[in-house]
Write a protein that binds this ligand. Sequence first.
Ligand SMILES: Cc1cc2nc3c(=O)[nH]c(=O)nc-3n(C[C@H](O)[C@H](O)[C@H](O)COP(=O)(O)OP(=O)(O)OC[C@H]3O[C@@H](n4cnc5c(N)ncnc54)[C@H](O)[C@@H]3O)c2cc1C
Length: 497
Amino acid sequence: MTAEGKRACVIGSGFGGLALAIRLQAAGVQTTVVEARDQPGGRAGHRRKDGFTFDGGPTAITDPACLRELWQMTGHDMADDVELMPVTPFCRLNWPDGTVFDYSNDRQAMQRQIARLEPADIAGHDAFLEYSAALYEEGYRKLATVPFLDAMSMVEALPALAKGRTWRSVHEIVSKHIRHEKLRQAFSIHTLAIGGNPLTASALCALIPELVRDGGVWWARGGTNRLVAGMVRHFERLGGTVRLGDAVTRVHTLGNRVTEVETTSGWRERFQAVASNADVMHTYRDLLGDNHHGRRMARKLASKRYSPGAFIVHFGLEGTWPGIPHHTILFGPRFEGLLKDIFDHGLLPADQAIYLHHPTVTDPSLAPEGRSTFYALVPVAHLGKLAIDWGEVGPVLEQRVLAEVSRRLIPDLADRIVTKFHYTPRDFMTDLNAHLGSAFSLEPTLTQSAWFRPHNRDDVIGNLYLVGAGTHPGAGIPGVVAGAKATAGLMLQDLAQ
Ligand SMILES: Cc1cc2nc3c(=O)[nH]c(=O)nc-3n(C[C@H](O)[C@H](O)[C@H](O)COP(=O)(O)OP(=O)(O)OC[C@H]3O[C@@H](n4cnc5c(N)ncnc54)[C@H](O)[C@@H]3O)c2cc1C
């Protein structure tokens, strides 16, 4: 038996959902993607305003090979649908005292910059990269696409996890190799990009520097939304169906099987397999109705740790800034204290660390001629920790964030604003059904990774699957695309029976 001709539904069109849908359709499974919003992409949604294109979420495309594979499987070429452009430096790190560090995969340039801060850290950096490379091989290349369905799979992975001392935090591992405080921040800050606290996230996240070094950092011409559009085009070319603007309201079950999917519009269809790319809490709490197992899972998920929210100010400016790279991190005066305020204390501190996205320096097509598109993101505590009225606080924080970008990089920013708006954790909750408005789903701690994360196939409802940031291996485009491979493998195997 093969899976060909069987019918599957994917709820949600985030990167994980689309990657899974492409894999299923490519294998001959008649696949329907059902998306609540009127545009695909999930966290990679976009908005066009006053001639500017504002991508909402992911800005750095890493491990492009995992994306290309989605086309190569059927003999197609991703380049026909999406043009990837290299981004260098990968990121500029900028501290309040004026120290600047350009992060790239130019080893000599990196060593020169490290030497300026702490010559002894050159050797430490080499050792850290070696560590990161070994972890990348074991933790990403070998394990990210393997579903962790039972305790045995965890036992089998233990030697690799133990070798990487993955019970330690990213910051601990980095600090073991590197002495200078700013360099410690430089080599652990990436953890935030997948929702982890560098101080507590599993050292597994320290594989990212090698992932980035190996595959580079890329941008899709026209914006991340073009990558999403390219994936949709490819999926439809293979014969798949995308249903937009029709939220799933119910996944019907009979015994321990999913039978049908029902949406707001009243559309109701029978499928042999259903995968949810929607938020895991939303899936179990809201979509399974009064299913006993769904309720139990929702209670279990309520006790987990969720990654923080993100507050994002989008703004379009008159003028261009060739000197401001595509990606900049503006560190604030505090590092550990700030992380504790966000992750533990649930405070909205006066000082911020800002990630500044400046796509028009790579790709001017995102703004009218002579103008620039930016977004400034600050990580903030999620709604379960920080109970504030974002309607009131949003405009104040927006002013504060813009003032800091102005003070550090663009002195006359206020006079150059053509358009602006902001996006808060509350928007993540209302637009995406994100539990607690979390930007990256479950926090990537060791006790919430691999087998400890919600499984790619549900333990009880045999034809219900998960894909996306809430399941193994976790958030980030490479994470959810790798997870889609794990989930697709299970679905194709099950559908073939
Ligand atoms: C601000 C920000 C910046 C980021 N930057 C980067 C980066 O630079 N690089 C990187 O690799 N990663 C980055 N990430 C992480 C990455 O974007 C996410 O981990 C990834 O896109 C999540 O994909 P997903 O498959 O989990 O689906 P999601 O994007 O979460 O999409 C889920 C989809 O399900 C839909 N849905 C929900 N409920 C229903 C329902 N009832 N019925 C139908 N549909 C439903 C939603 O509308 C949504 O479209 C960033 C994330 C954020 C928030």
